[in-house]
Design a protein around this ligand. Sequence first.
Ligand code: TIU
Length: 221
Amino acid sequence: MPIAIPAEPFDFAFDPARAALIVIDMQRDFLEPGGFGEALGNDVSLLAAAIGPCRAALDAARAAGMLVIHTREGHRADLSDAPPAKVQRSAPSRRIGDPGPMGRILVRGEPGHEIVADLAPLPGEPVIDKPGKGAFYATELEPMLRHRGIDALLIAGVTTEVCVHTTLREANDRGFRCAVLADACASYFPEFHAMALRMVSAQGGIFGWVTDTARLGAALQ
Ligand code: TIU
């Protein structure tokens, strides 16, 4: 049954049976000290605010029987899928692949690459490992959504202006209708978070809709 969630710039209508919640990169590497985010010079504590709302979104989506997909940014141990230009620009303190307190930075299989414990995927929930900022680039995400008849996405995670926005833009160009859950996203730059959200819903919803976990939870009950 289609439902409508209050959102900006206007109600976001979707059928939960044809929608997915995508939780982007809620990994220790971005949220905890000693990982990729801190190596880039960021205060990682700024991202903690998104954990509770992500959990609320997961609880609501799971209870409604919606498809839930998690993503992780990271690279093969030999860095063969890491563009040199990306590795070179990751060097303020430690580079991608360098050893750190949570293992090698942004490398698959290392402790830092894991999703934070509160948001751990449940058995059967797909986890997309992606080498880029967008979740569609060089991954199986698009066929996974098409095969299940998904046409609407609810997007949460970090960071708002980097991996959330890149994924949203990729999804929008592929014809998916997307709503960003504002409180379930966060940035190392609060002003970027605010402006990234405004960019989504401006111009009549140029990239999609903006809503929040309270409005999602109420609509799914
Ligand atoms: N640096 C930053 O803001 N973000 C990333 O590098 N990746 C994600 O957003 N996941």
